[in-house]
Design a protein around this ligand. Structure first.
Ligand code: SF4
Length: 189
């Protein structure tokens, strides 16, 4: 029998619910262990993700993997997704910094379904945009059925744009936030 996740992939892999479908090579749904303990939600796929059909596989994703390795024990199941699953491009084919609100709204139905299947105990908002959309206090909040604790960390793409000294500090801060949040949820197991 097909798993819930296989059915989910089948349902969304050809989605045309928003304009972003026109420029994508692949719908980038998720990677990692599903179900998971910790779900990372970023913003949108980039060029590497669009090619490989997996989130957080470019340089920023590789930095995020390093932070996760430092902060979280290997037996904690982690998974990754984004607010939108299709790369947002401008007219020149360059990735725009933020996907349009309409695309995030359209893709939020998919995100809510994914959160039900992944069933995380903690959601990590990767970057400000994910925080703004997932934080229950914000006007555009995506509301999950279950109340799931949230933390937020600096987006690794932002860290990579900082100077070397700042990069070290920002990575350290993200590591501490993750480690503390995961220790908290594991204590409640
Ligand atoms: Fe569908 Fe989401 Fe892609 Fe829009 S971004 S076409 S809603 S999968």
């Amino acid at each position: 029998m097909a798993s819930h996740y296989s059915l989910f992939v089948e349902k969304w892999k050809s989605c045309t619910a928003c304009e972003l479908h026109k420029d994508r090579q692949n719908v980038v749904l998720a990677r990692g262990k599903i179900p998971c303990d910790v779900l990372f939600v970023g913003e949108a796929p980039g060029q590497s993700e669009d090619c490989l059909s997996a989130p957080f596989v470019g340089p920023a994703g590789q930095l995020l993997d390093k932070i996760v390795e430092r902060a979280i024990a290997s037996d904690v199941r982690v998974a990754f997704t984004n607010l939108v699953c299709c790369i947002p491009l401008d007219d020149d084919g360059v990735k725009v910094s933020e996907p349009p609100d309409e695309a995030i709204e359209a893709c939020s139905i998919r995100l809510q379904e994914f959160v039900e299947i992944a069933n995380p105990r903690l959601i990590v908002c990767v970057g400000k945009l994910a925080k703004d959309w997932l934080d229950p206090g914000w006007k555009h909040s995506i509301r999950f059925h279950a109340k799931i604790p949230l933390v937020d960390i600096t987006h690794p793409a932002f860290i990579l744009r900082a100077n070397i000294a700042q990069q070290g500090l920002l990575c350290q801060k993200a590591t501490v936030i993750l480690r503390n949040a995961v220790e908290d949820i594991l204590l409640k197991r």
